[in-house]
Design a protein around this ligand. Sequence first.
Ligand code: GLU
Length: 311
Amino acid sequence: MVPLRSEMTNYQDIIEELYHKLLERKNVGEVADYIPKLGKVDPEKFGICLTDMDNIHYSIGDYDEKFSIQSIAKVLSLCLLYNKKGEEIWQRVDVEPSGTPFNSLVQLEADKGIPRNPFINPGAIVICDMLISEFENPKKELRDYIRRATNSKNIHFNESTAASERSNGFMNIASINFIRSFGNIQNKLDEVLDLYFLLCSIEMTCIEASQAFLFLANEGKCNHTGDTLIIKSRAKRVNAIMLTCGFYDEAGEFAFRVGLPGKSGVGGGIVSILPGEFSIAVWSPRLNSKGNSHRGMKFLEEFTSATSSIF
Ligand code: GLU
């Protein structure tokens, strides 16, 4: 039998070495203050947790502190819907990298209200609309699904973060109206936006975030319970979308530098997976000009080089 990479690599030593190395380097970028509540987060937080296929955690720094996972949650809302509805969802949202910022409206007109992919804001908003059509209590379904993936009941929406974002959510309000004008929203706009902002408000620690994504490294099955969260062929497709569309208009750069499927959020988190091996979450709130965690990207770039982790 081929040994697991975790049997050959001392993840804890590598994580610790890179963590200290990056702490010595200047940290640059800004926190996402367009969501007023996120603007108050300590920009120097830095946490890491890798979970391997034996559910062993390797962690350092602020790994056990909750942060706002923001767009990272869009992967989980997609999985819930895709697992339930299958391929028909692709009639309403595409799977192409956008090459534009996460909140951009420019392509929606030419694409007639079909968002380029489920991870940019317009795409995640359409996914929320489909969740509302599909489930009687979409908020509870979403929370319970994410709890199952994380194998923890300690996962909550943060209503005050959602309200803070809503107070300044003009681009998302513009997006949903634009998409609606093409007929690609079927429920009340306020109801869809409420679900979208709640989705983005979920908080996790790095341990929980790495745990939550481990099923995507495990052919769609929860590593703790054996529960199928998404069928294998669909887990493969979600990973492909993470690889091509997970980092806004920097998706190519992340694939080039890190080489793994992943998803970032403007809270400064990044989660990335290596199928059959591990899931890793990094949190560092200072964002680069594309909205991705500056230190998080650097860490993962050096981590995959140091461990020869190849997708
Ligand atoms: N809630 C954020 C927004 O809609 C999510 C952005 C992100 O993390 O990419 O702007």
